[in-house]
Design a protein around this ligand. Structure first.
Ligand SMILES: *Cc1c(COP(=O)(O)O)cnc(C)c1O
Length: 410
């Protein structure tokens, strides 16, 4: 009989969102009247339709494919040249960062990229991950066999956890011990925290000193409102020698269902071979893409390109303003309810301390029962998320206002 990948058996059962869905279903079945009032502020998925500039570009692309003269088959394996040139120009060069189009790899989203990157990294790396965290970073390392089993707290052996708490404003300092791979995500999901230039500077300094690589997830950069906060890790001098950046069109253009993102792999980034040579990761990453993938659907890439048009940018701005307007309503309502609130200023997530020593799941149940509002229990994001819950601002204005009112009854 064939063998399976035993590493999958180490994964923690009862993944967060299925468990939330189960509890909501159970509540709704038992309380059909309250069920009609339930508002979901749980999963971090956008709610508003795509910008019309994106829709028009995707329609045009489909029409091109319908005519022999303009039909296209396989494209460049790294993604459309024009899209990569636009990304390099607008996301980087316009901000004074020298990134070339061939350092950009267009993909079907950054969740996948966060897993794929392990293809080109070795098995002996010491991995550092923030706690609480977006679960994909941890689970992909478990699947790849980079960890031992999970302990009682749900933490895996072999991972260096970086606690994110109110005391460090949810931005960890580099550890005292050497690590090789560091996952950072700012603005952060789930805490809504952002990292300052100085804080990121200390991580870049650490990475350069230890020959470590920072995997920087910037999926929420469009939500930054504070002009002092970096949008890209490459705003820190020297970061091109030690950081890979993941970007996504999911949370700015609303592409969660369309699927498109990209990785920036600078050619200056080196990693060590087993024989001690220091080689660019770029050539391995390029090889990985040309061997295992053929980039992303043509209409999708044209849609992504439209995000950078003048019209697209103003429509995306409008979407972000909508969600951040919700965040502000929810944040203030939670504060008025006497809760201790973080985030929600440069990120669409509000991270709230549970009152009266309730656990995250106890608070989840209370919010569901008393307010008919679904939140995400912080403990689902890691041991240090215990005692917190996350409210997502991805919703209609009407729902955000209603949740704001209900918070007053807490
Ligand atoms: C939503 C999100 C992403 C984007 O994932 P896609 O696969 O591009 O949709 C990436 N990182 C984090 C932390 C997210 O919350």
């Amino acid at each position: 009989m064939a063998y399976l990948n035993d590493n999958y058996l180490k994964l923690q059962a009862g993944y967060l969102f299925p468990e939330i869905a189960r509890r909501v279903r159970e509540f709704c079945d038992a309380n059909p009247d309250a069920a009609k009032r339930v508002i979901r502020c749980g999963i971090g998925d956008v709610t508003e339709p795509l910008p019309s500039a994106v829709i028009a570009a995707m329609h045009r692309a489909v029409d091109e494919l319908s005519v022999r003269e303009t039909f296209r088959g396989y494209g460049h394996e790294q993604g459309l040249e024009s899209l990569r040139a636009t990304i390099a120009q607008q996301d980087y060069r316009d901000r004074g960062i020298e990134i070339a189009p061939d350092e950009i790899f267009v993909s079907e989203g950054s969740k996948s990229d966060c897993g794929y990157i392990l293809d080109v990294l070795g098995d002996r790396n010491r991995i550092a991950i923030t706690d609480p965290v977006y679960p994909a970073y941890v689970d992909t390392n478990v699947m790849a066999g980079h960890t031992g089993g999970a302990g009682e707290s749900g933490r895996y052996e072999g991972i260096t956890y970086l606690p994110c708490r109110p005391a460090n404003h949810f931005v960890p300092e580099p550890p005292n011990e050497p690590v090789d791979i560091i996952y950072l995500c700012f603005p952060n999901n789930p805490t809504g925290a952002v990292a300052s230039r100085e804080q990121l500077g200390r991580w870049v300094e650490y990475a350069r000193k230890h020959g470590a690589i920072i995997l920087f997830d910037a999926a929420y950069e469009a939500y930054i409102s504070d002009p002092a906060i970096p949008h890209s890790i490459y705003e820190i001098p020297g970061a091109q020698e030690c950081a890979v950046e993941f970007r996504s069109f999911s949370k700015n253009g609303g592409f969660t269902g369309v699927r498109c993102g990209f990785t920036v792999m600078p050619k200056a980034l080196l990693a060590r071979a087993s024989d001690g040579r220091r080689l660019p990761l770029h050539s391995l990453w390029h090889r990985r893409w040309s061997t295992k993938a053929n980039s992303v659907g043509y209409p999708v890439q044209r849609g992504a390109e439209a995000v950078y048009s003048a019209e697209g940018k103003s429509q995306v701005r409008h979407l972000i303003d909508h969600y951040m307007g919700n965040a502000s309503i929810l944040r203030q309502a939670a504060q008025r309810a006497g809760l201790c609130v973080y985030g929600g200023v440069n990120a669409p997530y509000i991270w709230v301390e549970t009152p009266a020593g309730l656990t995250s799941w106890q608070m989840f149940d209370r919010m569901l029962r008393e307010l008919n509002v679904v939140v995400t229990p912080g403990s689902g994001f890691g041991a240090c998320g215990e005692g917190f819950f996350r409210i997502s601002a991805f919703n209609s204005r009407e729902n955000a206002e209603e949740v704001g009112r209900r918070l007053g009854n807490l």
